[in-house]
Design a protein. Structure first.
Length: 596
């Protein structure tokens, strides 16, 4: 039997496409405020948006008629003809956002236009008008979305932890704030001010959002052609981080994701970045709207270019050009485009001043390390780098034999090059996967840490300041207590900043920041695993981070220690995620193989 769905159910279903989580409402409401020509926009959040998302703007406002209409499906003042779709200048245009929000939450709208003395107030719940009345109001609009999904419990249960939802909100806020630096924005969450962004230049906005550390570390990108323009900033290579999250593309001022263009940028940075590091970029590409196919689905952030290859080449060249002007490139042997080789900055003599600046940079360091022939050293200076000695095959050093083993005969091991350890014993032959075994060992060691017995930590020689993008900082904040037991002592010192006071005593010093950044990155992979506690997720992340990789060559002593420790584990046979750590070939099985 076919039945026609009641309106409010149909609306709820349609709303699911547009409003998936509090952050979707944040995006829509901020964009409406921008479209209304606001110069100041406030975002107010309670309970990570689950109980309140409110946007207050000083834009043009709505009169009573528009206020009554705006919650209707396909209510929009922004397009009236189908042709308009192809030259949209505003952010929203499908007239679905407010209707969708009203279908899945309680909404309070307060608005006034410049030409009216009194404002208008409307309350809508479950797509039903609850209240409509004139009211005193400042010019502009305030939309408050309360109790998202109060009428769709299944969706409400689907929402992630407060930290995760807050991160999505900050992501959306950041994107809109980057796209409109001339508008001032503020963000308050649970009555705490997280951001107060004054109107300014794009550079100021980037620094406000990403941290003062970028003040002198941004490289301007700016190229104009008849086909498209690009403008914005990339971070100098030495600011690249192991965690992603500071990479932004905007096409015609709209945030997009593009793995393809990301690749173009990474290739422009080729040879300048430490492995697995990502540079900051905030780039705006402007081109004729006819040349792109915005997927008109409002929540999709993908885009199709008419000619993708041109855009790729252009982005890559623009970033290379910008980096060449930053004048580190001449010492390195990049295959620069001929046009770039002509640039005066590339041809300028390499002065002593620049040399010392370059020597400090990570590009130079990684270059000289990789290619010793190019290492320039003041005379009388002997290089000693713990890194280099560590990369020598460890087996060169003489190793004292272990004292006699608990087993009657000494524990003998041999390695296979591919990261397996052969361990013959009374029962036959074990083939141990060194990486998997180490995962099990680390996992059980970390599990044993407790309040009474935290992982031993060592103080850093000097306090180290770690500054993170706000979303990462929010995540780290949440992890601090659990991290403490695991040997990491960090203290928040202002927005987005922490001092690292101690790290586990077996972790290499000098790499504290990288260790924590890459730990966060590992953690994000587990973050949506609802089944695990924070501590469990952290332990699993630490295991991933610290395990001996298959490619590492172990000496005999190290292999023996690994085997002894594995045998001491409670569940020696499996990694934490259930892969085997060893395969046992019994003597009997070997006999059958050889048809004895
Ligand atoms: P769209 O933005 O796609 O037009 P929305 O559902 O987001 O659809 O908004 C519907 C209409 O309500 C808009 O076209 C606009 O006329 C009006 N509106 C929404 N928010 C605001 C605001 N903050 N200030 C002024 N008008 C607004
Ligand atoms: Mg809109």
């Amino acid at each position: 039997m076919i039945t026609v769905l009641p309106d409010h159910i149909a609306n709820q279903i349609a709303a699911g496409e547009v409003i998936q989580r509090p952050a979707s409402a944040v995006k829509e409401l901020l964009e409406n405020a921008v479209d209304a020509s606001a110069t100041a926009i406030q975002l107010i959040i309670n309970d990570s948006g689950k109980s309140l998302v409110q946007v207050v703007d000083n834009g043009k406002g709505m009169d009573e008629q528009d206020a009554r209409l705006c919650f209707g499906r396909h209510a929009t003042s922004k397009i009236s003809r189908i042709e308009d779709l192809f030259c949209i200048q505003t952010m929203g245009f499908r007239g679905e956002a407010l209707a969708s929000i009203a279908a899945v939450a309680q909404v309070e709208l307060r608005t006034r236009t410049a030409s009216s003395d009194t404002g208008f107030y409307i309350e809508v719940e479950n797509s039903q008008l609850v209240k409509a009345t004139p009211v005193a109001a400042p010019q502009g609009t305030s939309v408050a979305m309360k109790n998202l999904f109060f009428n769709v419990p299944a969706r409400r249960n689907f929402l992630k932890s407060n930290a995760a939802e807050m991160r999505h909100i900050i992501d959306e806020f950041t994107r809109v704030a980057l796209a409109f630096p001339s508008i001032s924005f503020s963000l308050h969450a649970n009555n705490q001010q997280l951001f107060q962004l004054e109107s300014g230049t794009l550079k100021q906005r980037v620094v406000q959002l990403m941290g003062a550390a970028y003040e002198s570390r941004l490289v301007t990108v700016k190229e104009e052609t008849d086909y498209l323009n690009i403008r914005g900033f990339v971070g100098k290579p030495d600011t690249a981080r192991k965690t992603r999250g500071e990479q932004y593309f905007f096409v015609n001022n709209r945030f997009i994701r593009s793995a393809y263009l990301h690749h173009a940028i990474m290739s422009a940075f080729q040879g300048m970045l430490a492995p697995d590091h990502f540079p900051l970029y905030v780039l705006f590409i402007d081109l004729d709207p006819q040349q792109i196919d915005i997927n008109v689905h409002p929540t999709k952030q993908e885009i199709k270019f008419e000619d993708e290859k041109i855009v790729y080449a252009f982005v890559q060249a623009a970033v290379k050009h910008a980096l060449a002007q930053f004048s580190i490139t001449p010492t390195l042997d990049f295959d620069l485009d001929a046009s770039i080789q002509q640039l005066s900055s590339v041809q300028q003599p390499f002065t002593e001043d620049k040399r010392s600046a370059a020597a400090d940079s990570s590009i130079f360091r990684s270059f000289t390390k990789k290619n010793q022939a190019h290492l320039i050293q003041p005379s009388g200076f002997t290089a000693y780098s713990p890194d280099w000695t560590a990369s020598e095959p460890a087996s060169v050093t003489a190793t004292p034999l272990l004292p006699s083993e608990p087993d009657e005969h000494p524990l003998r091991v041999t390695s296979l090059l591919s990261g397996y350890i052969l361990y013959p014993n009374r029962d036959g032959l074990w083939i141990i996967d060194q990486q998997a075994a180490h995962e099990r060992i680390l996992y059980e060691q970390l599990q044993q840490s407790s309040v009474e017995q935290p992982v031993p930590a060592q103080r850093t020689l000097f306090p180290i300041t770690l500054t993170l993008p706000v979303a990462d900082a929010a995540l780290l904040q949440e992890l601090l207590p659990a991290l403490n037991l695991l040997g990491f002592l960090l203290e928040p010192v202002g927005p987005g900043s922490f001092t690292i006071q101690a790290t586990p005593s077996d972790s290499p010093s000098g790499q504290e920041k990288t260790i924590i950044e890459s730990l966060l990155e590992e953690y994000k992979h587990f973050n949506s695993d609802a089944g695990y506690t924070i501590r469990e997720k952290l332990i699993r992340s630490l295991v991933k981070q610290r395990r001996i990789k298959s490619g590492t060559l172990l000496n005999e002593k190290e292999m023996r220690e690994l085997v002894v420790q594995l045998l001491a584990c409670q569940q020696p046979g499996q990694t934490p995620d259930g892969r085997p750590t060893y395969v046992a070939l019994s003597s009997d099985y070997l006999a059958t193989l050889f048809i004895r």
